[in-house]
Design a protein around this ligand. Structure first.
Ligand code: GCW
Length: 711
């Protein structure tokens, strides 16, 4: 049977990558992410797959299904070293096949939902079926994942995404910089668009589709109105056209003041007729460029950004006005709940609940309110945001941060899936036991229609996309959890390691173990026992627990740790704020008592004397210091274990991580010494037995941070 397509540009590009990079003589720059498709080293495993796959059979013919078949073909060529032809049987669907991979649509399988897929594989036959062609593409990546991780092909499963919008939020600026980006400049290359589309955007789209990401907001939430000009809309259209075949919709972050600044109107008041018209016309204009435009993402009245409150209106007024402009289209409005403007003397922890609670039930069906995982701001460990479970009449989405703003940027090895999971698995008790954040977000708790999981992207122009090579695992894990938040962090780590580094048992296990231990290790040497927000001012790198003066009190460190001679911690159980009351009674009961409060959240809710006896048997001071010192030892342990992996994984990857671990060790000591020397002034206590005080002074450690502010 004839090949279905002329080799198009994309296929050529794919083949080029596969051929160029499957030759192991090139150092791997990491650019292929987890879609390496290198020859499977184990010959027996390879041959076993190879004999099952003689052809790829299309039982349905669409551009996207051809794209899926071509991805499969290139992958099999790389993984198995075998040319597997694509054959089109869409006109003869009844014919029987052997040793084939069948791609088809199936409207009769009642288990299948939109974008989901069914995968059946047995005795040399693999069948991928779905309700729509995007499901088929996802199914292809699902099958490839099994082959890439060298699993036995014996399966009969249905995979449906649990969440409708699986979105990356890029904080990319029009000038090419990326807010909180640590992997180079913006991948969009705005100045080159739309005439030149960087081929890496195709690679980016493939990577996203392979993990089920179906939406991308392309610019910073601190948004420039420039993105709404015709000039930029043409550029965005260029990106949207490349992402579309991979099932990815584009969103734009908008500046609420755009009617005034861009449209020349007198006001941007959301209830003003002129303003409403302006947004309606702008929305129509966007749809004329991008017919499947996803919608708007809005940061309003937060950290100086304009918003409806500037005109005495509410968040609901603002969001609903934009939703109205979307009527007649499929687009939605994602409105962020990261607001804390109102009361600098209150507790920032409570701000979003305070401002949004009166609006529960007022938002349009097309609005999703996007809530950060925790109440403050992407700290390494936060209790779940108290909005989850408290807004039965509002569609809530969750926002995680994949880029490591508060987690050592691109120099510290930290696998974030356990953090995402900790939040998703937290029980809000909103409708009794089992009312997890995951169930609020996937819509099952309140029968919410529009559901969303967003992640602030960690991608940039670096060859390996994410700066730290393990940053790739965080992008991967985010996508997998947005698809199915019940997957375990460990399983995802195994998949990623198998696809990216090695399927050999021992090294794979060692890498997964390091990944799984990485977040608690970071927390040990930075923010043990629920300490939070003590990082360097502005740049958010390294420790600055002494920060006492800033633009606002809730941008300092002392606001959060409240250390004094009497003890340490923010008593939110009533003493310093009543924030704990925002949670369900069951949660309040557990966290409200320092004896039963999870130690990981202790300093989030309690202010306790230095010599307070913990359940570990140690005093608070001893426990804090034990953890700071342990964190450093754990990093050293990672380094030693990493050394054992030399020769067992790609050498460029090995060396890259190896150097970064050295930085991590140096900086873990920086955190440890800073926190010991600073807090010791208040506690007046010695280090627990066996721990050596640092040789440097507090002033010397402070100087390390000061450098960041030199002009
Ligand atoms: O974490 C803070 C960051 C800001 C960011 C803000 C937000 C985009 O420091 O850089 O602004 O959160 O999420 O809006």
């Amino acid at each position: 049977m004839n090949k279905t397509t002329k080799p198009n540009l994309l296929k050529k590009a794919l083949l080029f990558f596969a051929v160029l990079l499957s030759g192991q003589t090139y150092a791997d720059d990491g650019g292929r992410l987890w879609l390496k498709y290198d020859l499977i080293a184990d010959q027996a495993v390879r041959e076993n797959y190879a004999k099952s796959f003689d052809k790829i059979v299309l039982l349905e013919h669409s551009e996207r299904i051809i794209l899926a078949a071509e991805e499969l073909q290139v992958a099999l060529k790389g993984l198995l070293g075998k040319d597997v032809p694509i054959e089109d049987f869409s006109e003869r669907p009844k014919e029987k096949h052997k040793n084939a991979i069948l791609l088809m649509l199936d409207q009769d399988n009642t288990k299948l939902e939109t974008d989901g897929y069914a995968l059946f594989c047995k005795n040399g036959l693999a069948m991928i079926s779905a309700q729509n062609d995007l499901g088929v593409l996802y199914g292809v990546f699902g099958l490839l994942r099994k082959i890439q991780t060298e699993q036995t092909l014996d399966c009969d499963e249905v995979e449906n995404p649990k969440i409708r919008w699986r979105m990356l939020n890029h904080w990319d600026n029009a000038n090419g910089t990326v807010e909180r980006g640590y992997a180079g400049s913006s991948i969009w290359k705005w100045f080159e668009l739309p005439e030149r589309i960087d081929p890496r955007i195709v690679q980016y789209a493939r990577a996203n589709a392979s993990i089920g990401i179906n939406a991308v907001s392309i610019n910073n939430v601190n948004a420039s109105a420039r993105f709404l000009t015709a000039e930029y809309l043409r550029k965005i259209k260029g990106v949207a056209d490349v992402l579309r075949p991979y099932g990815i919709k584009v969103f734009i972050s908008v500046n609420f003041k755009a009617p005034k600044t861009l449209g020349g109107l007198e006001t941007s008041d959301p209830l003003d007729e002129g303003v409403k018209n302006w947004w309606q016309e702008k929305t129509e204009e966007i749809y004329s460029y991008i017919p499947d435009f996803g919608g708007y993402l809005v940061k309003a009245n937060s950290e100086g950004e304009p918003g409806p409150q500037d005109y005495g209106r509410t968040h609901a007024d603002g969001a609903n006005m934009l939703a109205e402009a979307m009527k007649g289209h499929d687009g939605i409005v994602v409105w962020r709940a990261f607001v804390y403007n109102a009361d600098p003397n209150g507790d920032r922890f409570e701000e979003a609940n305070k401002q949004f609670k009166p609006l529960d039930g007022q938002f349009d069906d097309k609005v999703i309110v996007q809530v950060k995982n925790g109440p403050i701001d992407f700290m390494p460990r936060e209790p779940f945001h108290p909005m989850f479970g408290q807004f039965p009449k509002t569609q809530l989405g969750i926002e995680f941060q994949i880029t490591q703003e508060y987690l050592g940027h691109a120099t510290h090895l930290i696998y974030l899936a356990p953090m995402f999971k900790e939040c998703l698995d937290s029980d809000t008790y909103a409708k009794g036991k089992g009312s997890t954040v995951g169930r609020v977000v996937d819509g099952s708790l309140y029968q919410q229609k529009q559901t969303l999981m967003a992640g602030v992207a960690n991608t940039g122009s670096d060859a390996n996309w994410t700066g730290h090579p393990f940053g790739q695992a965080n992008w991967y894990a985010f996508g997998r959890l947005a698809w199915d938040h019940t997957l375990s962090a460990e399983q995802i780590a195994q998949e990623w390691t198998g696809m990216t580094l090695t399927n050999k048992k021992n090294p794979e296990k060692e890498i997964v173990d390091i990944m799984m231990a990485s977040l608690p290790t970071y927390i040990n040497y930075t923010y043990p026992l629920g300490l939070h927000h003590m990082m360097g001012e502005g740049h958010h790198y390294g420790p600055q627990p002494w920060l006492a003066k800033s633009g606002r009190p809730d941008w300092t460190s002392v606001y959060y740790h409240r250390a004094g001679k009497d003890g340490i911690g923010f008593d939110r159980s009533g003493g310093m704020s009543k924030a704990l009351k925002l949670y369900a009674p069951e949660v309040q009961k557990k966290w409200g008592n320092p004896a039963t409060c999870d130690l990981n959240y202790l300093m989030w809710f309690h202010h306790l004397p230095w010599n307070y006896k913990l359940t570990t048997g140690r005093t608070l001071w001893d426990e804090l210091m034990t953890r700071y010192y342990l964190g450093v030892e754990q990093v050293k342990d990672f380094e030693n274990r990493w050394h054992n992996l030399k020769g067992q994984i790609d050498n460029a990857f090995y060396e890259n991580v190896n150097s970064r671990l050295k930085i991590q060790e140096r900086e873990a000591k920086w955190w440890r010494d800073a926190c010991y020397l600073y807090f010791e002034q208040f506690s007046g206590l010695p280090l627990p037995k066996g721990l050596q005080p640092p040789k440097r002074t507090l002033e010397e450690v402070k100087a390390l941070e000061k450098v960041y502010h030199l002009r």
